[in-house]
Write a protein that binds this ligand. Structure first.
Ligand code: 5AD
Ligand code: SF4
Length: 458
Protein backbone atom coordinates (compact mmCIF):
# COMPACT_ATOMS: atom_id res chain seq x y z
CA UNK A 1 0.00 0.00 0.00
CA UNK A 2 1.51 3.33 -1.08
CA UNK A 3 1.83 5.96 1.61
CA UNK A 4 0.94 9.62 1.13
CA UNK A 5 1.83 12.54 3.39
CA UNK A 6 -0.23 15.72 2.97
CA UNK A 7 0.96 19.11 4.18
CA UNK A 8 -1.59 21.93 4.07
CA UNK A 9 -1.06 25.68 4.25
CA UNK A 10 -3.50 28.57 4.34
CA UNK A 11 -7.22 28.92 4.43
CA UNK A 12 -10.11 26.64 5.28
CA UNK A 13 -10.70 26.00 1.58
CA UNK A 14 -7.25 24.40 1.39
CA UNK A 15 -7.92 22.35 4.52
CA UNK A 16 -11.20 21.27 2.96
CA UNK A 17 -9.52 20.37 -0.38
CA UNK A 18 -6.94 18.32 1.52
CA UNK A 19 -9.69 16.48 3.38
CA UNK A 20 -11.34 15.48 0.08
CA UNK A 21 -8.02 14.52 -1.51
CA UNK A 22 -7.25 12.31 1.50
CA UNK A 23 -10.75 10.78 1.33
CA UNK A 24 -10.29 9.88 -2.34
CA UNK A 25 -6.84 8.47 -1.79
CA UNK A 26 -7.90 6.25 1.10
CA UNK A 27 -10.92 4.91 -0.77
CA UNK A 28 -8.55 4.02 -3.63
CA UNK A 29 -6.18 1.98 -1.51
CA UNK A 30 -3.61 4.58 -0.42
CA UNK A 31 -2.63 5.16 3.19
CA UNK A 32 -2.32 8.66 4.68
CA UNK A 33 0.70 8.85 6.99
CA UNK A 34 1.48 11.31 9.77
CA UNK A 35 5.21 11.62 9.07
CA UNK A 36 6.74 12.87 5.85
CA UNK A 37 9.71 10.53 6.25
CA UNK A 38 7.43 7.46 5.90
CA UNK A 39 5.85 8.64 2.66
CA UNK A 40 6.15 7.41 -0.94
CA UNK A 41 4.35 10.55 -2.07
CA UNK A 42 4.43 14.00 -0.45
CA UNK A 43 1.66 16.44 -1.38
CA UNK A 44 2.14 20.12 -0.57
CA UNK A 45 -1.12 22.06 -0.62
CA UNK A 46 0.11 25.63 -1.00
CA UNK A 47 -1.31 29.06 -0.21
CA UNK A 48 -0.37 32.20 -2.12
CA UNK A 49 -1.79 34.62 0.44
CA UNK A 50 1.36 33.76 2.40
CA UNK A 51 4.19 36.12 1.69
CA UNK A 52 6.95 34.72 -0.54
CA UNK A 53 4.85 31.59 -0.95
CA UNK A 54 6.79 30.32 -3.94
CA UNK A 55 10.19 30.72 -2.32
CA UNK A 56 8.92 28.94 0.80
CA UNK A 57 7.70 26.10 -1.39
CA UNK A 58 11.16 25.58 -2.92
CA UNK A 59 12.77 25.68 0.50
CA UNK A 60 10.31 23.07 1.73
CA UNK A 61 10.95 20.83 -1.29
CA UNK A 62 14.68 21.14 -0.63
CA UNK A 63 14.15 20.08 3.00
CA UNK A 64 12.07 17.06 2.00
CA UNK A 65 14.67 15.97 -0.55
CA UNK A 66 17.48 16.45 1.94
CA UNK A 67 15.69 14.39 4.61
CA UNK A 68 15.11 11.43 2.27
CA UNK A 69 17.74 8.70 1.89
CA UNK A 70 19.78 9.11 -1.32
CA UNK A 71 18.49 7.28 -4.40
CA UNK A 72 20.24 3.93 -4.73
CA UNK A 73 21.12 3.72 -1.03
CA UNK A 74 18.80 0.75 -0.68
CA UNK A 75 16.94 2.29 2.27
CA UNK A 76 13.78 3.43 0.63
CA UNK A 77 13.66 6.13 -1.98
CA UNK A 78 13.22 9.83 -2.16
CA UNK A 79 9.47 10.48 -2.37
CA UNK A 80 7.45 11.72 -5.29
CA UNK A 81 6.55 15.35 -4.59
CA UNK A 82 3.33 16.90 -5.89
CA UNK A 83 2.23 20.50 -5.47
CA UNK A 84 -1.42 21.49 -5.15
CA UNK A 85 -3.21 24.68 -4.15
CA UNK A 86 -2.94 28.29 -5.25
CA UNK A 87 0.80 28.36 -5.98
CA UNK A 88 0.40 25.30 -8.22
CA UNK A 89 -2.46 26.92 -10.12
CA UNK A 90 -0.72 30.27 -10.53
CA UNK A 91 2.73 29.07 -11.47
CA UNK A 92 1.79 25.98 -13.46
CA UNK A 93 4.60 24.32 -15.37
CA UNK A 94 6.97 27.23 -14.73
CA UNK A 95 7.47 25.67 -11.29
CA UNK A 96 9.58 22.90 -12.82
CA UNK A 97 12.00 25.33 -14.48
CA UNK A 98 12.12 27.69 -11.50
CA UNK A 99 12.70 24.88 -9.07
CA UNK A 100 15.53 23.68 -11.32
CA UNK A 101 17.03 27.19 -11.34
CA UNK A 102 16.70 27.38 -7.56
CA UNK A 103 18.65 24.13 -7.22
CA UNK A 104 21.49 25.10 -9.54
CA UNK A 105 19.95 23.84 -12.79
CA UNK A 106 19.38 20.34 -11.53
CA UNK A 107 15.71 19.42 -11.49
CA UNK A 108 16.44 15.82 -10.58
CA UNK A 109 14.71 15.41 -7.28
CA UNK A 110 12.65 18.60 -7.54
CA UNK A 111 8.88 18.78 -7.92
CA UNK A 112 7.33 15.88 -9.82
CA UNK A 113 3.83 17.08 -10.61
CA UNK A 114 1.47 20.02 -10.28
CA UNK A 115 -2.24 19.75 -9.61
CA UNK A 116 -4.32 22.92 -10.05
CA UNK A 117 -7.06 24.06 -7.68
CA UNK A 118 -9.85 22.59 -9.85
CA UNK A 119 -7.98 19.40 -10.66
CA UNK A 120 -7.99 17.95 -7.14
CA UNK A 121 -10.66 15.41 -8.14
CA UNK A 122 -8.03 13.70 -10.34
CA UNK A 123 -5.52 13.15 -7.54
CA UNK A 124 -5.65 9.34 -7.75
CA UNK A 125 -4.87 9.10 -11.47
CA UNK A 126 -2.23 11.83 -11.10
CA UNK A 127 -0.36 9.95 -8.38
CA UNK A 128 -0.67 6.71 -10.32
CA UNK A 129 0.92 8.36 -13.34
CA UNK A 130 3.79 9.57 -11.18
CA UNK A 131 4.21 6.12 -9.63
CA UNK A 132 4.42 4.76 -13.19
CA UNK A 133 7.44 6.95 -13.71
CA UNK A 134 6.01 10.09 -15.33
CA UNK A 135 7.63 13.31 -14.13
CA UNK A 136 7.22 17.07 -14.61
CA UNK A 137 3.58 17.12 -15.63
CA UNK A 138 0.79 19.49 -14.70
CA UNK A 139 -2.98 19.21 -14.60
CA UNK A 140 -4.54 22.67 -14.43
CA UNK A 141 -7.79 21.67 -16.11
CA UNK A 142 -11.30 22.33 -14.97
CA UNK A 143 -13.32 20.53 -12.33
CA UNK A 144 -15.34 17.44 -13.29
CA UNK A 145 -19.12 18.08 -13.40
CA UNK A 146 -19.66 15.19 -10.98
CA UNK A 147 -16.89 16.22 -8.52
CA UNK A 148 -17.65 14.72 -5.13
CA UNK A 149 -17.55 17.48 -2.48
CA UNK A 150 -18.06 15.13 0.46
CA UNK A 151 -15.37 14.10 2.94
CA UNK A 152 -15.12 10.74 4.68
CA UNK A 153 -15.43 10.98 8.46
CA UNK A 154 -11.91 9.67 9.07
CA UNK A 155 -10.32 12.44 6.98
CA UNK A 156 -11.99 15.43 8.59
CA UNK A 157 -9.66 17.79 10.47
CA UNK A 158 -11.93 17.35 13.49
CA UNK A 159 -14.41 14.65 14.50
CA UNK A 160 -16.83 17.25 15.78
CA UNK A 161 -16.45 20.20 13.39
CA UNK A 162 -16.82 20.01 9.61
CA UNK A 163 -16.15 22.45 6.78
CA UNK A 164 -18.79 22.52 4.06
CA UNK A 165 -17.89 24.53 0.93
CA UNK A 166 -20.90 26.43 -0.44
CA UNK A 167 -19.20 28.64 -3.03
CA UNK A 168 -15.80 28.41 -4.69
CA UNK A 169 -13.75 31.07 -6.43
CA UNK A 170 -14.12 34.84 -6.43
CA UNK A 171 -15.33 37.42 -8.97
CA UNK A 172 -14.41 40.50 -7.02
CA UNK A 173 -10.85 41.20 -8.18
CA UNK A 174 -9.88 43.44 -5.29
CA UNK A 175 -6.76 45.08 -6.69
CA UNK A 176 -4.34 43.51 -4.16
CA UNK A 177 -5.66 39.97 -4.24
CA UNK A 178 -4.47 36.89 -6.07
CA UNK A 179 -7.43 34.66 -5.18
CA UNK A 180 -9.55 35.26 -8.34
CA UNK A 181 -6.51 34.20 -10.42
CA UNK A 182 -5.80 31.15 -8.26
CA UNK A 183 -9.34 29.97 -7.60
CA UNK A 184 -11.24 31.12 -10.69
CA UNK A 185 -14.75 32.54 -10.89
CA UNK A 186 -17.47 32.14 -8.28
CA UNK A 187 -19.47 28.96 -8.49
CA UNK A 188 -22.13 28.12 -5.93
CA UNK A 189 -22.85 24.56 -4.93
CA UNK A 190 -26.45 23.32 -5.15
CA UNK A 191 -28.37 24.02 -1.92
CA UNK A 192 -29.95 20.55 -1.93
CA UNK A 193 -26.45 18.99 -1.94
CA UNK A 194 -25.27 21.27 0.89
CA UNK A 195 -28.30 20.31 2.97
CA UNK A 196 -27.78 16.62 2.19
CA UNK A 197 -24.19 16.84 3.38
CA UNK A 198 -25.17 18.59 6.59
CA UNK A 199 -27.89 16.02 7.34
CA UNK A 200 -25.25 13.32 6.86
CA UNK A 201 -22.74 15.10 9.10
CA UNK A 202 -25.41 15.47 11.76
CA UNK A 203 -26.15 11.74 11.61
CA UNK A 204 -22.39 11.14 12.11
CA UNK A 205 -22.59 13.22 15.30
CA UNK A 206 -20.76 16.27 13.93
CA UNK A 207 -21.84 19.15 16.16
CA UNK A 208 -20.67 22.20 14.25
CA UNK A 209 -20.52 23.00 10.53
CA UNK A 210 -18.70 25.92 8.93
CA UNK A 211 -20.16 27.00 5.61
CA UNK A 212 -17.06 28.11 3.74
CA UNK A 213 -16.17 30.13 0.66
CA UNK A 214 -14.18 33.26 -0.27
CA UNK A 215 -17.45 35.20 -0.14
CA UNK A 216 -20.22 33.08 1.33
CA UNK A 217 -22.84 35.79 1.11
CA UNK A 218 -22.35 36.12 -2.65
CA UNK A 219 -23.94 32.64 -2.79
CA UNK A 220 -26.00 32.31 -6.01
CA UNK A 221 -27.01 28.76 -6.91
CA UNK A 222 -28.35 28.15 -10.42
CA UNK A 223 -31.55 26.63 -9.04
CA UNK A 224 -33.48 27.08 -5.80
CA UNK A 225 -33.85 23.32 -5.25
CA UNK A 226 -33.53 22.78 -1.52
CA UNK A 227 -34.45 26.38 -0.69
CA UNK A 228 -38.12 26.35 -1.80
CA UNK A 229 -39.52 26.24 1.71
CA UNK A 230 -37.33 28.98 3.14
CA UNK A 231 -37.59 32.73 2.91
CA UNK A 232 -34.75 35.22 2.73
CA UNK A 233 -33.84 38.53 1.13
CA UNK A 234 -30.89 36.81 -0.57
CA UNK A 235 -30.05 33.25 -1.54
CA UNK A 236 -27.51 33.15 1.28
CA UNK A 237 -29.92 34.13 4.03
CA UNK A 238 -32.36 31.59 2.59
CA UNK A 239 -29.61 28.96 2.76
CA UNK A 240 -28.84 29.92 6.37
CA UNK A 241 -32.47 29.30 7.32
CA UNK A 242 -32.47 25.99 5.43
CA UNK A 243 -29.27 24.87 7.16
CA UNK A 244 -30.65 25.97 10.55
CA UNK A 245 -33.72 23.80 9.91
CA UNK A 246 -31.55 20.65 9.71
CA UNK A 247 -31.28 21.02 13.50
CA UNK A 248 -27.50 20.62 13.53
CA UNK A 249 -26.17 21.96 16.83
CA UNK A 250 -24.09 24.87 15.49
CA UNK A 251 -23.65 26.67 12.18
CA UNK A 252 -20.83 29.16 11.50
CA UNK A 253 -19.88 30.72 8.17
CA UNK A 254 -16.80 32.45 6.69
CA UNK A 255 -15.89 34.69 4.91
CA UNK A 256 -18.52 37.41 4.47
CA UNK A 257 -18.05 40.11 1.81
CA UNK A 258 -19.17 43.52 3.14
CA UNK A 259 -20.84 44.76 -0.07
CA UNK A 260 -23.11 41.70 -0.24
CA UNK A 261 -23.73 41.45 3.51
CA UNK A 262 -27.50 41.92 3.73
CA UNK A 263 -29.20 42.91 7.02
CA UNK A 264 -31.39 39.83 6.63
CA UNK A 265 -28.37 37.69 7.57
CA UNK A 266 -28.50 39.24 11.05
CA UNK A 267 -32.27 38.64 11.17
CA UNK A 268 -31.69 34.98 10.33
CA UNK A 269 -29.09 34.71 13.13
CA UNK A 270 -31.59 36.30 15.53
CA UNK A 271 -34.30 33.81 14.56
CA UNK A 272 -32.27 30.63 14.92
CA UNK A 273 -30.47 29.54 18.07
CA UNK A 274 -28.15 27.24 16.09
CA UNK A 275 -26.88 30.01 13.76
CA UNK A 276 -23.87 31.13 15.77
CA UNK A 277 -23.16 34.65 16.95
CA UNK A 278 -19.99 35.30 14.98
CA UNK A 279 -19.42 37.19 11.72
CA UNK A 280 -16.05 37.53 9.96
CA UNK A 281 -16.35 40.68 7.85
CA UNK A 282 -13.03 41.89 6.38
CA UNK A 283 -13.02 45.68 6.12
CA UNK A 284 -9.43 45.99 4.77
CA UNK A 285 -9.25 49.77 5.36
CA UNK A 286 -11.05 52.59 7.15
CA UNK A 287 -10.43 55.08 4.34
CA UNK A 288 -12.80 55.54 1.41
CA UNK A 289 -9.88 56.59 -0.81
CA UNK A 290 -8.03 53.37 -0.09
CA UNK A 291 -11.17 51.23 -0.34
CA UNK A 292 -11.75 52.72 -3.78
CA UNK A 293 -8.18 52.01 -4.87
CA UNK A 294 -8.67 48.46 -3.55
CA UNK A 295 -11.95 48.20 -5.52
CA UNK A 296 -13.68 46.68 -2.55
CA UNK A 297 -17.12 47.86 -3.60
CA UNK A 298 -18.01 49.21 -0.15
CA UNK A 299 -17.58 52.56 1.56
CA UNK A 300 -16.66 52.94 5.18
CA UNK A 301 -20.10 54.41 5.91
CA UNK A 302 -21.87 51.37 4.44
CA UNK A 303 -19.53 49.08 6.38
CA UNK A 304 -20.22 50.83 9.68
CA UNK A 305 -23.97 50.60 9.03
CA UNK A 306 -23.55 46.85 8.75
CA UNK A 307 -21.51 46.76 11.94
CA UNK A 308 -24.27 48.75 13.71
CA UNK A 309 -26.88 46.27 12.49
CA UNK A 310 -24.77 43.33 13.69
CA UNK A 311 -24.14 44.96 17.07
CA UNK A 312 -27.85 45.76 17.50
CA UNK A 313 -28.62 42.04 17.63
CA UNK A 314 -29.83 40.75 20.99
CA UNK A 315 -27.53 37.80 20.40
CA UNK A 316 -24.28 39.71 21.09
CA UNK A 317 -22.62 38.80 17.81
CA UNK A 318 -18.81 38.76 17.77
CA UNK A 319 -17.25 40.54 14.79
CA UNK A 320 -13.80 39.77 13.41
CA UNK A 321 -12.06 41.33 10.45
CA UNK A 322 -9.03 41.53 8.16
CA UNK A 323 -7.19 44.83 7.70
CA UNK A 324 -4.36 45.67 5.30
CA UNK A 325 -1.89 48.42 6.22
CA UNK A 326 0.42 50.17 3.77
CA UNK A 327 -1.64 49.70 0.62
CA UNK A 328 -0.03 51.70 -2.24
CA UNK A 329 -0.77 55.39 -1.79
CA UNK A 330 -2.09 55.03 1.77
CA UNK A 331 -1.38 58.40 3.42
CA UNK A 332 -1.00 59.17 7.13
CA UNK A 333 -4.51 60.61 7.02
CA UNK A 334 -5.88 57.46 5.34
CA UNK A 335 -4.24 55.35 8.01
CA UNK A 336 -5.71 57.54 10.76
CA UNK A 337 -9.12 56.75 9.29
CA UNK A 338 -8.30 53.07 9.69
CA UNK A 339 -7.36 53.66 13.33
CA UNK A 340 -10.66 55.50 13.89
CA UNK A 341 -12.59 52.73 12.19
CA UNK A 342 -10.92 50.12 14.43
CA UNK A 343 -11.75 52.22 17.54
CA UNK A 344 -15.37 52.36 16.43
CA UNK A 345 -15.79 48.71 15.44
CA UNK A 346 -14.09 47.26 18.52
CA UNK A 347 -13.42 43.98 16.77
CA UNK A 348 -13.36 40.78 18.80
CA UNK A 349 -10.21 40.16 16.83
CA UNK A 350 -8.71 41.20 13.52
CA UNK A 351 -5.92 39.87 11.35
CA UNK A 352 -3.65 42.71 10.30
CA UNK A 353 -1.62 42.27 7.10
CA UNK A 354 1.16 44.45 5.79
CA UNK A 355 0.32 44.99 2.12
CA UNK A 356 2.54 42.86 -0.06
CA UNK A 357 2.48 42.95 -3.85
CA UNK A 358 1.21 39.89 -5.70
CA UNK A 359 2.29 39.36 -9.28
CA UNK A 360 -0.49 39.97 -11.83
CA UNK A 361 -2.56 42.13 -9.49
CA UNK A 362 -3.28 45.80 -10.31
CA UNK A 363 -1.99 47.07 -6.98
CA UNK A 364 1.43 45.50 -7.58
CA UNK A 365 1.84 47.87 -10.54
CA UNK A 366 0.74 50.99 -8.65
CA UNK A 367 3.53 53.53 -8.42
CA UNK A 368 3.22 54.85 -4.90
CA UNK A 369 4.19 51.72 -2.94
CA UNK A 370 4.50 52.26 0.83
CA UNK A 371 7.97 51.79 2.36
CA UNK A 372 8.37 48.69 4.56
CA UNK A 373 9.30 50.78 7.61
CA UNK A 374 6.02 52.70 7.35
CA UNK A 375 4.07 49.46 6.98
CA UNK A 376 5.70 48.12 10.13
CA UNK A 377 4.96 51.30 12.12
CA UNK A 378 1.34 51.25 11.02
CA UNK A 379 1.02 47.56 11.76
CA UNK A 380 2.23 48.09 15.32
CA UNK A 381 0.01 51.12 15.91
CA UNK A 382 -3.11 49.39 14.64
CA UNK A 383 -2.23 46.23 16.52
CA UNK A 384 -2.39 48.17 19.81
CA UNK A 385 -6.01 49.16 19.17
CA UNK A 386 -7.00 45.70 17.99
CA UNK A 387 -5.34 44.14 21.06
CA UNK A 388 -7.34 46.45 23.33
CA UNK A 389 -10.69 45.59 21.80
CA UNK A 390 -9.74 41.90 21.64
CA UNK A 391 -8.76 41.91 25.30
CA UNK A 392 -11.99 43.74 26.29
CA UNK A 393 -14.03 41.26 24.25
CA UNK A 394 -12.43 38.38 26.16
CA UNK A 395 -12.56 40.11 29.57
CA UNK A 396 -16.28 40.65 29.33
CA UNK A 397 -16.76 36.88 29.56
CA UNK A 398 -14.89 36.60 32.88
CA UNK A 399 -17.24 35.06 35.47
CA UNK A 400 -19.83 34.16 32.81
CA UNK A 401 -20.87 30.64 31.87
CA UNK A 402 -20.52 29.94 28.15
CA UNK A 403 -21.49 26.93 26.07
CA UNK A 404 -18.33 25.31 24.73
CA UNK A 405 -17.99 22.51 22.20
CA UNK A 406 -15.32 20.17 23.61
CA UNK A 407 -13.23 19.54 20.50
CA UNK A 408 -9.93 18.01 21.61
CA UNK A 409 -7.37 17.68 24.38
CA UNK A 410 -5.61 20.97 25.05
CA UNK A 411 -2.09 21.02 23.59
CA UNK A 412 -0.83 22.91 26.67
CA UNK A 413 -2.28 20.80 29.48
CA UNK A 414 -3.33 17.16 29.14
CA UNK A 415 -5.89 17.56 31.94
CA UNK A 416 -7.73 20.18 29.92
CA UNK A 417 -9.97 20.14 26.90
CA UNK A 418 -10.07 22.83 24.27
CA UNK A 419 -12.99 24.06 22.22
CA UNK A 420 -14.85 27.09 20.94
CA UNK A 421 -17.79 29.17 22.10
CA UNK A 422 -20.65 29.97 19.73
CA UNK A 423 -18.91 33.35 19.20
CA UNK A 424 -15.78 31.43 18.11
CA UNK A 425 -13.54 32.19 21.05
CA UNK A 426 -11.13 29.48 22.16
CA UNK A 427 -11.73 28.09 25.65
CA UNK A 428 -9.40 25.72 27.51
CA UNK A 429 -11.09 24.11 30.47
CA UNK A 430 -10.72 21.50 33.18
CA UNK A 431 -12.32 18.44 31.75
CA UNK A 432 -13.87 16.59 34.72
CA UNK A 433 -15.70 13.77 32.90
CA UNK A 434 -16.49 15.77 29.77
CA UNK A 435 -16.65 13.75 26.60
CA UNK A 436 -15.12 15.29 23.47
CA UNK A 437 -17.95 16.19 21.11
CA UNK A 438 -20.29 17.38 23.82
CA UNK A 439 -21.39 20.96 24.34
CA UNK A 440 -20.92 21.90 27.99
CA UNK A 441 -21.44 25.00 30.14
CA UNK A 442 -18.02 26.35 31.12
CA UNK A 443 -17.55 28.96 33.83
CA UNK A 444 -14.84 31.37 32.66
CA UNK A 445 -12.27 31.87 35.41
CA UNK A 446 -9.28 33.44 33.61
CA UNK A 447 -8.41 35.29 30.42
CA UNK A 448 -5.14 35.31 28.48
CA UNK A 449 -4.18 37.10 25.24
CA UNK A 450 -6.17 34.93 22.83
CA UNK A 451 -7.81 32.37 25.04
CA UNK A 452 -10.43 31.98 27.75
CA UNK A 453 -9.88 29.51 30.60
CA UNK A 454 -12.54 27.88 32.72
CA UNK A 455 -14.06 24.83 34.35
CA UNK A 456 -17.16 22.74 33.97
CA UNK A 457 -18.99 20.44 36.31
CA UNK A 458 -20.31 18.29 33.44
N1 5AD B 1 -1.19 41.83 0.86
C1 5AD B 1 -1.57 41.81 2.15
N2 5AD B 1 -2.66 41.18 2.60
C2 5AD B 1 -3.42 40.54 1.69
N3 5AD B 1 -4.55 39.83 1.83
C3 5AD B 1 -4.90 39.36 0.63
N4 5AD B 1 -4.03 39.75 -0.31
C4 5AD B 1 -3.09 40.51 0.34
C5 5AD B 1 -1.93 41.20 -0.08
N5 5AD B 1 -1.56 41.23 -1.36
C6 5AD B 1 -5.25 39.65 3.10
C7 5AD B 1 -6.65 40.31 3.08
C8 5AD B 1 -7.58 39.14 3.03
C9 5AD B 1 -6.78 38.10 3.80
C10 5AD B 1 -7.21 36.68 3.61
O1 5AD B 1 -5.47 38.27 3.33
O2 5AD B 1 -6.83 41.05 4.26
O3 5AD B 1 -8.83 39.41 3.62
FE1 SF4 C 1 -9.61 38.48 -2.69
FE2 SF4 C 1 -11.36 40.49 -2.69
FE3 SF4 C 1 -12.08 38.05 -3.61
FE4 SF4 C 1 -11.68 38.42 -0.97
S1 SF4 C 1 -13.25 39.41 -2.22
S2 SF4 C 1 -10.91 36.71 -2.23
S3 SF4 C 1 -10.01 39.90 -0.97
S4 SF4 C 1 -10.56 39.41 -4.50
Amino acid sequence: MKKVYLETYGCQMNVSDSERVASQLVSNGFEIVAEQIDADVVLLNTCSVREKAEQKLYTRVGQIRAAAPPVGSGIGETPIIGVMGCVAQLEGETIFARRAAASGGNNNGGIDFILGTKAVGRIVETIEKALDGRRNFADLDKREDDYDWSVSAAQRHSRHVAFVPIIEGCNKFCTYCIVPFARGREKSLPAAEIIRQIELLKSQNVREVHLIGQNVNSYRPTSDAGLENFRGATAFSCLLRAVAATGIERVKFTTSFPRDFHADIVDALDEHENLCNWVHLPVQSGSNEVLKAMRRGHTIESYLEKIDKIKSSAKSIAVTSDIIVGFPGETDKNFEDTLKMAEYCRFDSAYIFKYSPRLETLAARMENQTPETVKTERFLELEKIVRQSQSAALQKHLGATLKVLAERASTKNIDELSGHTTCHKIVNFKAAGTLPGSVVPVKITAVKTNTLYGETSE
